[in-house]
Design a protein around this ligand. Sequence first.
Ligand code: NAD
Ligand code: WQD
Length: 337
Amino acid sequence: MKKNILVTGGAGYIGSHTSVELINAGYNVIIVDNLINSDMEVIDRIKEITGTLPLFYQIDIRDEKALDEIFKINKIDAVIHFAGLKAVGESCINPVLYYDNNIMSTLVLLKVMKKYNVGTIVFSSSATVYGEPERLPLDEDCALNPNSPYGRSKLMIEQILKDIYSANKEMIVVVLRYFNPVGAHKSGLIGENPKGIPNNLTPYLAKVATGELSCVNVFGHDYNTPDKTGVRDYIHVCDLARGHVIAVEKLLSSGYYVYNLGTGRGYSVLEVIAAFERACNKTLPVKFTDRRPGDIASYYASPIKAEKELGFKAKYNLDDMCASLWNFMLTEKSRGK
Ligand code: NAD
Ligand code: WQD
């Protein structure tokens, strides 16, 4: 019988791509999302891609009564927990919002999971939990020292999950630390098109390429990196999504597991700009500006543990990521977005 996976935040960027992969792998997907940072249309687009309309509940997962009702009606086999706020800068301005949303929602979720005896959870953590790298590449045993309320909310949730596992060793708890997810589904129907001015590099580049923004600001040109700009480990969102399906399929014995999901390869800001220019076949205006406060010079994963234990290896390269994002932007434009 098909397993039922509850996907919190499933209308969002990574959750929607993971929902597609799960449906394609034969799972029933039940999405809960309050749409604070996503659109109802995404649910229809998941159907357009997969031919299956996932069950969707528009709720805030801090609403225990509403969440309880969903667990009562549906037999849930496992939870993938994406729901959360994720903007580093906003979390510094409004930490209470981040702690309330990210931590409270997880606590309510864990309470309801316990009540209904659901023992499997995969959690969206972030490479940001490492903070200033102790060593590179970053492996799962590196020191954890996040430098923002957002990052600390992720680390606190990891700690809560560890305690929950210690108290119930029959659980399967999987923490996935994503590096920099970029790109979009090949259909161009789902992707990331943030409202307003994007915080992240590739959505910003995409808006410069469409003419919505005038030029790319390169934050810092004096880092200790080969071309003096920041280096990151960008991973295609579809590779990341596949990583979740592998985690659900392979980790069937109880345990507390932590994996990096990255490619292991770092690219500089200038390399990303060049790749995006190839994808959209345009030259993008570039301005060198001061460093962005809090930014780290170089950040990339050791992907070895996920490869050895899960058999997970990213398939797509930076050109694939940029081409898929550009394809998504063109599809968005053609839909009047
Ligand atoms: P996203 O904002 O696109 O998706 C998150 C979804 O959660 C949104 O649809 C939002 O409406 C929903 N949501 C937020 N709070 C909720 C609540 N209280 N109740 C119900 N729904 C709620 O973000 P994303 O990029 O898809 O990220 C998904 C997860 O991965 C987040 O937890 C994020 O912290 C983590 N993560 C993201 C990145 C990244 O760069 N995108 C990197 C590392 C980790
Ligand atoms: C990448 C590089 C910038 C924008 C963030 C979060 C992290 C995780 C992923 C959630 C850096 C440079 C950027 C621009 C630029 N999210 N840059 N001009 O900062 O590595 O990670 O998203 O967990 O927690 O911090 O990603 O895309 O913002 O930046 O030069 O307009 O591009 O300085 O070197 P970052 P990013």
